[in-house]
Design a protein around this ligand. Structure first.
Ligand code: HEC
Ligand code: HEC
Length: 391
């Protein structure tokens, strides 16, 4: 090889390229390692007291990340590791949460982001150890026991040391941080948020919606019409890519109480779930300030909604169509629209009467055909891998 200034430059260039690429590769390796560790932790039943349930039990990837035990029986809440405890809220689909911001007050003085129906976990990583230590869920007795269960598995010990430092499993605090970061990395991965539904394929020009689906899209997004997107849209623009279908804000839409939940979880008659106002996230506020948040719950994503019954924080509705008819109650024009089709009785009064978002709720009475069209649109939000479940 003859040395010329040109190939000397080329040579220096390749060395520089190698130098600049090396840390990127290392970073990517770390990211892959973190996601893979998160994946193992998510499916591992060792993090429950009786080694019988994992995160994936109540958030089953085969069933759009809801409790597949419940979706068969349509039970409103999940069974814990002890085989008898029941929580008080419906396990949400935990997909499409990667871009949810940390819990905070926004510039319009509205609460935004955070995790759980009431926002009490500020971050995704911070959320992960809460179910592990909850006596009604995975029921691990304390942080020390979580650390011990992690240490049982040599693969976890090596992964924690590589990813978080040699002493990562020397203390409970660093073990919990690593546990949360790995699970959050997995939850942010494309496995939870593939963005490959018919709706995404339509935006990418790979799918032509049917006439009915097009009506559904128009109904959903047209301002001042159904107002669905007032709450179930994160982006300012209709048809924006990578839409999670939640504003990540908190609203009271006047959901009725669920008597089946009150009886199955043996709650006191008349028990109500106050949502955001009772959340630890607001523990620093005065009772008057908290009262303004009473009855508000985080707006859920509508992705995979056809597969995530029962609906609402308390699982009060079994059928997706009932949810749509419920919104009609605010614009009722007939006796029929005052009736819950699942009970044949008049809709129950809201669980919390205060703070119902009347100014934002749909102001259009939906006809059966419009409900069919909205249903067709909601079915479009099913990830490709679950489409067979709709047949
Ligand atoms: C026994 C059932 C059960 C188990 C096991 C369980 N969860 Fe949950 N999960 C729930 C319920 C119920 C809620 C809603 C609770 C609430 O809002 O108060 C929830 C909420 C969540 C949320 C909040 C979603 C949102 O939209 O804000 C995330 C994230 C989550 N779980 C992840 C996990 C992870 C990670 C694990 C394992 C470490 C796990 N869950 C184990 C039942 C369960
Ligand atoms: C004022 C804000 C707001 C508007 C407008 C709104 N929603 Fe909702 N929606 C919510 C909130 C908040 C919840 C969860 C309530 C709860 O759990 O108590 C919800 C729940 C749902 C659910 C059940 C989700 C689940 O996982 O349980 C569906 C489906 C739904 N909405 C569809 C729609 C459609 C379709 C429209 C328009 C016709 C609409 N929403 C309009 C705020 C809104």
């Amino acid at each position: 090889m003859i040395w010329s200034p040109t190939n000397f430059r080329a040579c220096v260039f390749s060395v520089l390229l190698l130098l600049s690429v090396a840390p990127v590769v290392a970073q990517e390796d770390t990211q892959v390692g973190l996601v893979e560790l998160g994946r193992s932790l998510f499916f591992d039943t060792r993090f429950s007291a009786s080694r019988n349930i994992a995160c994936a039990t109540c958030h089953d990837p085969a069933q759009a990340f809801v409790d597949s035990r419940n979706s068969l029986t349509l039970a409103p809440v999940s069974l814990g590791s002890d085989g008898q405890s029941l929580g008080v809220r419906n396990a949400p689909a935990i997909a499409y949460l990667g871009d949810v911001p940390e819990f905070a007050l926004n510039e319009d003085s509205e609460y935004l982001g955070g995790f759980f129906h009431d926002g009490r976990a500020q971050s995704l990583a911070g959320q992960a150890s809460i179910p592990v230590l909850d006596p009604k869920e995975m029921a691990i007795s304390d942080e020390a026991e979580l650390l011990q269960r992690l240490r049982e598995n040599q693969a976890y010990v090596s992964a924690f040391q590589t990813l978080f430092g040699t002493d990562a499993l020397e203390s409970e605090a660093s073990a919990i941080v690593g546990f949360g970061e790995a699970i959050a990395a997995f939850e942010r991965s494309a496995y939870f948020s593939p963005f490959d539904s018919k709706y995404d394929r339509y935006l990418n020009g790979q799918y032509m919606p049917t006439a009915q689906e097009q009506v559904g899209i128009a109904l959903f997004f047209t301002p001042g019409f159904t107002s669905c997107n007032e709450c179930h849209q994160v982006q300012a623009l209709p048809n924006a890519m990578a839409e999670s279908f939640s504003s990540n804000r908190y609203e009271n839409i006047g959901v009725p109480p669920n008597p089946a939940l009150v009886s199955s979880a043996a709650l006191a008659p008349g028990w109500i779930d106050e949502g955001l106002s009772a959340s630890e996230a607001l523990s620093g506020l005065s009772p008057e300030e908290r009262a303004l948040q009473k009855g508000k719950f985080k707006v859920p994503t509508l992705r995979n909604i056809a597969l995530t019954a029962p609906y609402m924080h308390n699982g009060v509705f079994k059928d997706l169509r009932t949810v749509l008819k419920f919104y009609n109650k605010y614009n009722a024009v007939t006796q029929e629209s005052q009736t819950n089709p699942e009970t044949g009785l008049e809709w129950r009064a809201p669980e919390v009467d205060e703070n119902v978002a009347h100014d934002k709720l749909p102001s259009l009475f939906l006809t059966d055909r419009q409900i069919d069209a909205l249903m067709a649109f909601l079915l479009m939000l099913t990830d490709e891998r679950y489409e067979y479940l709709l047949e």
